[in-house]
Write a protein that binds this ligand. Structure first.
Ligand SMILES: Nc1ncnc2c1ncn2[C@@H]1O[C@H](COP(=O)(O)OP(=O)(O)OP(=O)(O)O)[C@@H](O)[C@H]1O
Ligand SMILES: [Mg+2]
Length: 334
């Protein structure tokens, strides 16, 4: 199987499967099994499982993930450009929201791509993460709801954020500004389960602010040449922030992106990354898919743009896995 023995890459059809999924009902819940397929549940067949996942997107609320005991905040970082940070931030957020959790995406990249993909206005002058960092607005004033989901929120980024790296240098508590701005009372009032922070492709003060605000880091890694290039530098920075500013900081999650099952290279990269990061690597792998890259052009996540696509399903899988880890963390603590 692609991406290592345990990896799961969603496919539209699995040609190795000879089992029928005729008993899948239009709502994806499945009719009573009968005849030769007795005992085969929907989830046993790849197409059945895919139909079930697509149904979740089309009928939000039909499947709910358990609400975590404690809110989780993840910084999505990799200073390498174009590895899928923003794509992961918005699609994972959408995948969690469609499965019933409340999610806030904080756009910390002046490019504002996450805001675009969530369909949220972010022209200059809109209250944004920039004003939030310099203390001009409260998080509530900068908050916007995504038009695609009542459970998905965004603090957008405008081009004004481009100057923030320099402006922040002379400010008091310059590394703690995002943490202090995203107050507990604000997050409690929003009753948010997951906060995902989308970082720019650099290790400057914006990324440091994100690493101080969140305890978890999610590193997207593109299944391409030089995949691990620069990751060492990122890990050293994470260690620095951990030792000086945020002792709870750790790399909790690694996600393989833009996986192309036709190439040997993709498998080699996946294997190398799993060897390096072990359990932190999600089993779900995001395939390279045209739908994923088209969606932001319509101000949508791939889950809204094409809910049945492989890209949408793989992000749903990743979301479920991420949320299940919440449950396992909870179990370990009890
Ligand atoms: N699974 C995928 N399949 C196809 N295209 C993808 C996939 N994931 C991301 N892309 C495309 O790759 C490009 C880079 O993705 P993205 O913007 O998410 O990366 P990034 O790490 O946030 O980039 P930056 O460092 O510039 O912020 C985008 O054009 C995006 O649409
Ligand atoms: Mg980005």
């Amino acid at each position: 199987m692609s991406g290592g023995p345990e990896a799961t890459v969603s496919r539209e059809t699995d040609h190795n499967s000879s089992r029928s999924t005729d008993h899948v009902s239009p709502n994806g819940q499945g009719a009573e099994p009968s005849g030769p397929y007795d005992g085969i549940s929907l989830e046993d067949t790849p197409i059945g499982a895919a139909a079930q996942r697509a149904s979740q997107v089309l009928h939000p609320g039909s499947v709910s993930l358990p609400k975590p005991d404690r809110r989780r905040m993840l910084t999505i970082a990799n200073q390498k450009g174009g590895v899928g940070k923003t794509t992961t931030a918005v699609n994972l957020a959408s995948a969690l929201a469609v499965q019933g959790l409340t999610v806030l995406v904080v756009d910390l990249d002046p490019q504002g791509n996450a805001s675009t993909a969530l369909g949220v206005p972010h022209h200059s002058g809109v209250p944004s993460s920039y004003e939030l960092l310099i203390g001009e607005v409260t998080p509530k004033e900068a908050l916007q709801q995504s038009p695609h989901s009542e459970k998905l929120f965004c603090i957008p980024a405008t081009i004004d954020l481009a100057g923030a790296e320099i402006e922040l240098v002379s400010m008091v508590a310059r590394e703690n500004r995002l943490k202090n701005a995203l107050s507990e009372s604000f997050l409690n009032e929003l009753d948010v389960d997951f906060v995902l922070i989308d970082c720019p492709p650099s290790l400057g003060l914006l990324t440091v602010n994100a690493l101080v605000a969140a305890n978890e880091v999610l590193i997207p890694i593109q299944c391409e040449y030089y995949a691990l290039e620069g990751v060492g530098q990122l890990l050293r920075n994470i260690e620095l922030v951990k030792s000086h500013l945020n002792p709870a900081l750790h790399v909790s999650t690694v996600l393989l992106t833009m996986y192309d099952g036709r190439t040997k290279l993709a498998d080699q990269v996946a294997e190398e990354v799993r060897g390096h990061f072990g359990e932190a690597v999600l089993k779900a792998v995001i395939p390279r898919s045209v739908k994923v890259s088209e969606a932001p052009g319509y101000g949508m996540t791939v889950l809204d743009y094409d809910p049945g696509s492989r890209g949408a399903m793989s992000y749903l899988d990743a979301g479920r896995e991420l949320a299940a880890r919440t449950a396992s963390i909870k179990a370990q603590e009890n």
